[in-house]
Ligand binder design. Structure first.
Ligand SMILES: [Zn+2]
Length: 493
């Protein structure tokens, strides 16, 4: 998020002092301004509760939805994503030399720079530290201008398959082509092992190399989430959830979390007020580049089938899992129409969203405790998007038990409008409800096997690329379609 195009007016002064002054000046400007994402969040936030990691994961594992983030996308962001970075700001040989020296341990050093900083806590001035991050940014600009690395190769680095790691590679390429996420991890060092290795990985992917072996990252992932250690085939969407969760924890700006307090209902409180209270409660404990981009809020309404008592909750989410309508919740329906029978029928994404928003009947062991009846009762549950995220991750539930649905789901590349799936009282906090596709994770093959690839829009040039482990090819938007589409990445317009 710090990689602004403001670098581009760099000239080529002949005197060292001019260069340094210019850089320092820029750093001052940069450091004095609050990051866009923070401004956005504090202005709009209300509350939600995510008590701790385990309950958050439990939430993620439940039927998830999308909630809105009200702030419109900044013009700066949209400009960036639509225009390739300029490569005209070629530095003087002398300036380039400084960058070269710096970059050798900034850009490609596996050790996070924080190690260097902590060794010299008092003698190193703030400006000098900031200079490092500035240099990191300039390094990439430099990479684009030097003949050794053709700018046309940036963002086209394949990821070597380390042994059934295509689920990870496909996921990484989709994340790497989200410009704000890329910029955040490329321009800044983080303390945690997962975040720092992800940062290194992103820098490698944007270094112009043909391929990269994400071994260090794989090790960090295995430590964070041991179920991803080893070399078995895994679910790419499940991996994405754990990765985002881990990156969030390690980049959380809230270092000392206030103890979680369960929010009590307030009599006659409006949905808007309540959602705001829950959102603020969530953001007081969770505030990172990950939540800036991916966190939304979902309204869940439970209605007791016996007494009609209604209760609402406003939980955060990082992705939405949409059912494909060929699977019915109705057991008798399922009995007559096995999922495979409908495999050739195609659906619209809107139908999946509608299915997601339908009332769900919770009976039997799914009954919910009613505070009015003071016992478990059959209950209807309704989910609505309430606060939209900047990046909307849509997961298609293709896998059920031992089956995989092969239906094609048709979706818009540009202008997906989530307006119809928003709660009716949430429109005022979601001015922008439209999204454009930035990438998809695809899965070929059946349950427990198969192969993952990604098709992504290069976030600087807007061309479509197919990422198949170490092979990267030019592609077209048509490549995003078909029965293998599994996870969709949408960016708010
Ligand atoms: Zn009741």
């Amino acid at each position: 998020m710090f990689a602004d195009n403001s670098n581009q007016n760099e000239t080529t002064p002949s005197k060292t002092s001019n260069i340094i002054n210019a850089v320092l000046d820029k750093i001052k400007r940069r450091s004095s301004s609050t990051p866009r994402s923070q401004i956005r969040n504090t202005s709009q936030v209300s509350n939600v509760s995510t008590p701790n990691k385990s309950s958050y994961l439990a939430l993620l594992n439940s039927k998830s939805e999308t909630s809105p983030q009200s702030s419109p996308r900044s013009p700066d962001a949209s400009t960036r994503s639509n225009s390739p970075r300029s490569t005209t700001d070629i530095a003087t040989p002398f300036y380039r030399k400084i960058i070269d020296q710096k970059s050798s341990n900034v850009l490609f050093d596996a050790q996070p720079r924080k190690t260097q900083r902590s060794k010299t806590p008092t003698t190193r001035s703030y400006s000098t530290q900031a200079l490092d991050s500035s240099i990191t940014l300039k390094s990439r600009e430099r990479d684009r201008t030097l003949p050794v690395v053709s700018s046309s190769k940036l963002g086209r680095t394949g990821l070597v398959n380390l042994g059934n790691t295509c689920f990870m590679n496909a996921c990484i390429q989709c994340l790497s082509n989200l410009s704000e996420l890329r910029d955040a991890f490329e321009s800044k060092s983080y303390d945690g092992q997962l975040a720092s290795s992800f940062s290194l990985l992103i820098r490698r992917l944007w270094s112009g190399a043909d391929t990269f072996e994400p071994k260090q990252f794989k090790t960090a992932v295995s430590k964070w989430a041991p179920q991803f250690s080893g070399y078995r085939q895994q679910d790419s969407q499940e991996f994405l959830r754990f990765l985002l969760d881990g990156l969030h924890e390690e980049t959380n700006r809230i270092k000392k979390k206030v103890p979680y307090v369960e929010l009590k209902d307030i009599k006659d409180e409006s949905d808007l007020h309540k959602s705001d209270r829950w959102w603020r409660n969530y953001k007081e404990r969770n505030d990172s580049i990950i939540t800036d981009l991916f966190a939304g809020q979902l309204k869940s309404t439970l209605k007791c089938g016996m007494c009609g008592n209604v209760s609402t909750s406003f939980d955060p989410f990082m992705d939405v899992s949409l059912p494909i309508p060929s699977i019915s919740n109705d057991q008798s329906f399922r009995h007559y129409y096995s999922p495979y029978k409908d495999n050739h029928k195609s659906f619209e994404l809107s139908e999946c969203f509608e299915k997601f928003s339908e009332n769900e009947l919770l009976i039997g062991h799914e009954q919910v405790y009613c505070s009015k009846c003071q016992k478990h009762q059959s209950t209807t549950k309704e989910l609505r998007l309430f606060r939209l995220p900047k990046i909307l991750v849509v997961h298609l539930k293709r896998f059920s038990n031992t089956d995989k649905l092969l239906n094609e789901v048709k979706f818009p590349l540009v202008g997906l409008d989530t307006c119809d799936y928003l709660d009716k009282s949430a429109h005022s906090i979601n001015k922008n409800t439209k999204y454009n596709l930035t990438g998809v994770i695809k899965h070929m093959g059946g349950v427990g096997g198969g192969h993952y690839t990604a098709t992504c829009m290069h976030c600087d040039t807007n061309e479509w690329l197919d990422f198949n482990d170490s092979i990267v090819k030019r592609s077209s938007e048509m490549s995003t379609k078909g029965p293998s589409t599994y996870v969709l990445f949408y960016s708010m317009q």
